[in-house]
Design a protein around this ligand. Structure first.
Ligand code: HXC
Length: 257
């Protein structure tokens, strides 16, 4: 039987995905990308989905990049197809309707950093290292890094990272806004669990609306985006969640969503 490249653990709609190629530091080859896409397509159709966490197997790496061995002999046409395959897969991840968390447990380089950038959250262990080292290999980021990195950390720092190829530690990644939190490695797993439970325990319709307002709003001019916010805010009042959330507050009890 072939190795499971993406391990899936589903706990009542809180789904944990583990990229499972630890001997190659979870490098993304076309098989891993195809399997990730297959799993994401299944998740897209799930009404009970609450949160998705993605991490890398082993102690050393989240993902050390796209698979360099596989890329080495590619023609420009094959490279284009590889880039498109990853972009399509990462787009599915980015547009899942629920919060997505990259739990970065070590090296987070090249395509690995680009994978983390396609998630809403990045939580890193204190020994994690980040970077876009593609120029050291004679290429540029091809899985979205030149576009999502400047949107996350600003163009100056994105240019710095993409043209020097230097690696930054978790503290610097936190300072520039590439990650949301840094945890001791021994506490990372427990924090990932706590965070996804917290995200999954909030009103699911409201959480989805918040994600949609922010993601879709960023693609629009401010007035259109503010109108989108108003529409989604009003939409929240159409379901049971808002009644339950506000009644629970007034009745001094915990809401049950
Ligand atoms: C394929 C990789 C790999 C990668 C590590 N490995 N990274 N294989 N692709 N990106 C493999 C190594 O070949 C080795 O296999 C095993 O994982 C362990 O790695 P070591 O190098 O022995 O570990 P260490 O000395 O601890 O160094 C860790 C490291 C280094 C600093 C992360 O492996 C490294 O620099 N990796 C490449 C990082 C990188 O350049 N990433 C960007 C790729 S380009 P063996 O069989 O020897 O044990 C990219 C572009 C995306 O992502 C867009 C494309 C369209």
């Amino acid at each position: 039987m072939s190795e499971t490249l993406i391990e899936v653990v589903d706990n009542a709609g809180i789904v944990r995905l583990t990229i499972n190629r630890p001997k190659a530091l979870n490098a993304l080859n076309s098989n891993v990308l195809a399997e990730l896409e297959r799993v994401l397509v299944e998740l897209e159709g799930r009404d009970d989905l609450r949160a998705v966490l993605i991490t890398g197997a082993g102690e050393k790496a989240f993902v050390a990049g796209a698979d360099i061995g596989e890329m080495r002999d590619k023609t420009p046409e094959q490279a284009r197809a590889f880039g498109r395959q990853a972009l399509a897969t990462f787009k599915r991840l980015e547009t899942l309707p629920v919060p997505t968390v990259a739990l970065v447990n070590g090296f987070c380089l090249g395509g690995g950093c680009e994978l983390a950038l396609a998630c809403d959250w990045a939580v890193a262990s204190d020994n994690a290292l980040f970077g876009q080292p593609e120029v050291l290999l004679g290429v540029i980021p091809g899985f979205g890094g030149t576009q999502r990195l400047p949107r996350r950390v600003g163009p100056a720092m994105a240019l710095d990272l993409c043209t020097t190829g230097r690696k930054i530690d978790a503290a610097e990644a936190l300072r520039i806004g590439l990650v949301n939190r840094v945890m001791a490695q021994s506490e990372l797993e427990a924090y990932g669990e706590e965070l996804t439970q917290q995200l999954g325990g909030n009103g699911p319709q409201a959480v989805r609306a918040a994600k949609q307002a922010i993601h879709d709003g960023l693609e629009q001019d401010l007035d259109s985006a503010l109108a989108l916010e108003t529409a989604l805010f009003a939409f929240c009042f159409a379901g049971d969640e808002q009644k339950e959330g506000m009644s629970a507050f007034v009745e001094k009890r915990k809401p049950s969503f």
